[in-house]
Write a protein that binds this ligand. Structure first.
Ligand code: ATP
Length: 534
């Protein structure tokens, strides 16, 4: 309906100026819009914007679907005659800007001004930590190169400028290796989350209940694209409206403060950190908060938070949603989506027909991240999480080089899933991740690590030697399908150049076998297996 129609997207800046951007609704995506905004408003973090509907209400846009709905609404107001003549008024949008200079102190750290919430000392007591003196927040825009060349016009000075002239293109603030050529990709339609317009009900992992949104009877979507879980009916009160607003604000700005969190139980302990099931009061939702003790100075803390910021851009049903991170003295807390099925290292072996469905999600998640030029760096069963909704998601992406390095300094650990070339300190890229995926698949299928039993006594040097010296193990033919056997063997080829290439993974017969069964069926199969194993 909107084919070939060109709209003027008028982006209002806070000093009452505006920038016009000519767009075709068919071509424009939500992420592209955020990129443009972040270049118009450098130094700010915008993860959403709003427009005013015909009733004068502010409607927030945080996804492709909501963006489409906005154009649709404007289109409905136009007469055929207007359309024919191209008489189309601008669509005005108001970016939601996270950072203002007055929120920062002279160290450029965010100053917490929130009133009425639990005191930080109270929270610190809960968590056995000292009350905090510094708190950082990560609200800095990720400058990304933009690949489009729409014309943009400042409505205040009427100068026509090309988009390439707006602001400085930033660069990734960490050394991401590029496994794929080309520029950043955006979320593919197949990977976008449930449409907020779909009116579907959603389940709450914390309460196991299904309900529709109290606000609009529709599923809400987080700015990261994750479905937002609703407050339970018992929690639903007049406060719920403001709770919903808070959710938006928190997720939009990435503001999660310690005093809003109530720690529940310990979910697990990894190399250098503990993961707690935690309740986030303003949004009434459960989160997994990973707490890592890091002896690093403020500058490094700032850098880590900046580097983690890229996780806001990740929007895939196979990647754990990132809600925010903050430092309290020398501890970082990283807040992510809670997965009630836990990690796959705890529930292996997994029957092949279930594993096949999971493998599709794993591969899709990795391909998505690789397309964003992000490597996981720590692929293994404990970094794959599942839930009783049948979702499978990667967690713990090593997006922050600074964080990875700081953990390595404080907590010595060797990764037994490393590819031979990584052990030899040669190139590390997507092929090395393919290796680790192969090892992971082997372990999930058999229940055993392919090189040696991994226990706390395992000598990792011996494991590394076996990886370098021995022939990679193959799955026993009598127990597994030839497709799965071939998939693992192709991933675990010792020579990286002879491994299955990442673009070909999706086309492998093992993945194809399950991808065609449809995501609904897939989710049911995974969900019932998870339910019977937790
Ligand atoms: N988002 C989450 N939801 C539910 N459980 C989680 C979540 N994140 C982590 N966990 C649980 O906490 C455990 C510890 O996680 P953590 O990332 O600290 O360590 P790990 O991955 O096991 O090891 P390492 O630190 O060596 O990578 C995980 O094994 C998993 O069971």
């Amino acid at each position: 309906m909107t084919q070939n129609l060109q709209f003027t997207l008028r982006i209002k800046t806070d000093n009452d100026q505006a920038i016009d951007w000519m767009v075709h609704p068919e071509e424009i995506t939500f992420f592209r819009t955020l990129e443009v905004i972040s270049n118009i408003l450098p130094g700010t973090a915008t993860t959403a914007f709003h427009y005013i509907d015909e009733d004068g209400e502010k409607i927030t846009v945080r996804s492709d679907e909501e963006l489409k709905a906005m154009f649709q609404m404007y289109l409905c107001d136009l007469s055929d005659e207007d359309i024919k003549r191209g008489n189309i008024p601008p669509v005005t949008i108001y970016p939601r800007v996270g950072k203002t200079p007055k929120d920062r102190n002279r160290f450029d750290l965010k100053i917490k001004t929130q009133k009425g919430s639990r005191s930080s000392a109270e929270f610190a007591q809960n968590r056995n930590v000292q009350s905090q003196s510094h708190r950082l927040s990560n609200e800095v825009a990720m400058g990304q190169p933009m690949e489009h060349s729409h014309m943009i016009r400042s409505t205040t000075n009427e100068n026509i400028i090309s988009q390439g002239e707006i602001g400085q293109y930033g660069h990734m603030s960490h050394d991401i290796e590029s496994p794929l050529p080309g520029t950043l990709h955006h979320v593919s339609p197949g990977q976008s989350r449930t449409s907020p317009m779909s009116g579907q009900s959603i389940s709450s992992p914390m309460l196991g209940q299904q309900r529709t949104s109290p606000m609009v009877g529709q599923q809400r979507v987080s700015p990261m694209g994750g479905a937002m879980h609703q407050v339970s009916p018992s929690h639903y009160s007049p406060r719920s409206q403001s709770t919903a607003d808070n959710i938006k604000q928190i997720l939009t700005c990435g503001k999660i403060s310690a005093e809003d969190l109530v720690q529940d139980c310990l979910l697990g302990v990894g190399n250098g950190g503990q993961v707690y099931k935690t309740f986030h009061q303003p949004s009434q939702r459960l989160m997994a908060v990973k707490v890592i003790h890091l002896d690093v100075d403020i500058e490094v803390q700032k850098k880590i938070l900046l580097e983690l910021e890229i996780l806001y851009k990740c929007n895939s049903p196979s990647i754990i949603a990132f809600y925010g991170a903050f430092f309290i003295e020398n501890q970082i807390s990283i807040c992510t989506e809670f997965m009630n099925g836990g990690s796959l290292d705890r529930i292996k072996p997994i029957p092949e027909d279930v594993l096949g469905h999971m493998a599709v999600k794993m591969v899709q998640g990795l391909l998505y991240m690789w397309s964003l030029k992000i490597l996981h760096r720590d692929i293994k069963p404990s970094n794959i999480l599942v839930n009783t909704d049948g979702e499978v998601k990667w967690c713990d992406f090593g997006v922050s080089t600074q964080l990875v390095e700081s953990i390595a300094v404080s907590h010595v650990g060797t990764n037994a899933y490393m590819a031979p070339e990584r052990i030899k300190a040669e190139n590390y890229g997507a092929p090395s991740e393919v290796w680790s995926l192969g090892v992971t698949m082997y372990e999930l299928a058999t229940g055993e690590f392919p090189f040696e039993e991994l226990t706390s006594d395992t000598n990792l040097l011996n494991v590394c030697n076996s990886i370098l010296e021995a022939n990679p193990p193959v799955l026993p033919e009598n127990k597994f399908s030839p497709e799965l056997g071939d998939f693992v063997s192709k991933c675990m080829h010792k020579v990286p150049q002879q491994r299955i290439t990442h673009p070909d993974i999706l086309a492998h017969p093992f993945i194809q076998k399950y991808i065609h069964e449809g995501s609904g069926k897939s989710r049911n199969i995974i969900a019932s297996w998870v339910k019977s194993n937790i």
